[in-house]
Design a protein around this ligand. Structure first.
Ligand SMILES: [Fe+2]
Ligand SMILES: [Fe+2]
Length: 393
């Protein structure tokens, strides 16, 4: 009898230990990536003192542990289905040095993650490169994961991943978010992620953002007040990145966008939101979006607009006022893409504005701002280059 009880106690201990292990660890960019970064994770047993330990990367973070700083996490909880609660933790690590590599781990005294590395933005460095994905959305683990992993192999030195919305097909389905995290695996722990919200993340009451969005990520809250963590800005060295929420009120966002762009001294300006300005598929046309946002985009000579939603790939010529710019003039490039398996047929409504339109593919894009030029390299899921453009300032 004693033996049986001991066995069950042993099993209970193993189970509690597994449930207290940090999972879904992800780095997110803050407003100022040169001196801070955000980390989010979760587990199934509430941690007593959840925190992040961090120090500059060295031969042994364990031997150098006394040099580490400790940041206490904010704790939250969320019901992920009809019965199960998870505990979520987020930390914004500040006071970092620009252009340095750091090692960090998350957890508490009972259960720590592995040590992971990341680098802060280097303010001395003129180049900024990042990787963009359209909708992952469907068959996330079975066929989307290879796109994420191929993108990492193609450009392991990208500063961050940017997702353009519809990361999952049902934002309330926790298992789909699980697939996304399994797809990103340790990459999400070492390369920061930012994302725009898509319509498939709008699954809350009254068609609001899913309750899983904010516990999953820690994005800046520096945009329109009504849209915390779905409308925000980040200055990454020479590039201002603005994330808008195409399901949110457009007039408020246009006003905020106008002010934000006017105040920015960034050399390059990039905007990302889910619905395309120039739709490429399915007879769609987001006229209201174009009417409200285009005057602001044109006024401030935004360099690049990144969209998703249409489940195909399109890249325009440089445009202004809905037309191709003349040779030597500056214009905005609009790129719409898809990373997942769901595919729509192309339509020809805006074909004349596009230099390339492709359907039936899964893609990712490496975008680099260097000196006076912006280069966009587009790849298929197999890592083959399918399109490239270089635009000079
Ligand atoms: Fe969508
Ligand atoms: Fe979609």
């Amino acid at each position: 009898m004693k033996l049986i009880i001991s066995f069950w106690v042993f099993l209970l201990c193993i189970s509690l230990l597994a449930q207290s292990e940090p999972e879904r660890i992800i780095l997110n960019l803050t407003e100022t990536p040169s001196n801070s970064i955000a980390v989010t994770w979760r587990n199934y047993v509430k941690s007593s003192q959840p925190r992040t330990q961090i120090l500059q990367a060295s031969v042994s973070p364990v031997k150098d542990l006394s040099l580490s700083a400790s940041y206490n996490a904010d704790t939250d909880s969320v019901l992920i289905d009809s019965v199960n609660i998870v505990y979520t933790y987020s930390v914004v690590i500040s006071d970092l040095v620009p252009g340095k590599k750091y090692a960090y781990r998350v957890g508490d005294a009972d259960s720590w993650s592995e040590w992971n590395h990341f680098s802060t933005a280097d303010t001395e460095f003129e180049n900024t490169r990042f990787t963009y994905f359209g909708d992952v959305q469907n068959d996330i683990l079975s066929q989307g994961s290879r796109v994420i992993r191929e993108a990492y192999k193609t450009s392991p030195n990208s500063a961050f991943f940017l997702f353009g919305g519809d990361l999952v097909t049902d934002g309330l389905d926790d298992s789909l978010w699980g697939e996304l995290f399994e797809s990103g695996g340790w990459i999400f722990r070492t390369m920061p992620v930012i994302a725009a919200a898509g319509n498939h993340e709008y699954r809350g009451p009254d068609n609001s953002i899913t309750k899983l969005w904010r516990p999953t990520f820690t994005f800046p809250e520096n945009g329109v007040d009504l849209l915390p963590e779905t409308c925000y800005k980040i200055k990454y060295n020479n590039v201002l990145i603005i994330i808008l929420d195409s399901k949110g009120p457009l007039d408020l966002q246009a006003e905020w966008l106008d002010k934000t762009l006017a105040e920015s001294s960034a050399k390059w300006k990039v905007i990302c939101f889910h619905y395309p300005v120039y739709s490429i598929a399915r007879g769609r046309d987001n006229t209201e979006l174009r009417e409200i946002m285009l005057p602001v985009i044109d006024k401030h000579e935004v360099d690049l607009v990144l969209n998703g939603h249409d489940h195909a790939f399109g890249r325009t010529f440089p445009l202004r006022n809905n037309e191709l710019v003349h040779t030597g003039e500056r214009g905005t490039i609009y790129l719409t893409s898809v990373a997942g398996t769901k595919q729509y047929e192309l339509n020809s409504t805006f074909k004349k504005l596009h230099e390339v339109m492709m359907d039936n593919l899964q893609a990712f894009h490496i975008i680099e701002f260097s000196g006076d030029s912006m280069e966009i390299l587009s790849y298929g899921a197999d890592g083959e280059l399918i399109d490239s453009i270089k635009a000079d300032k």
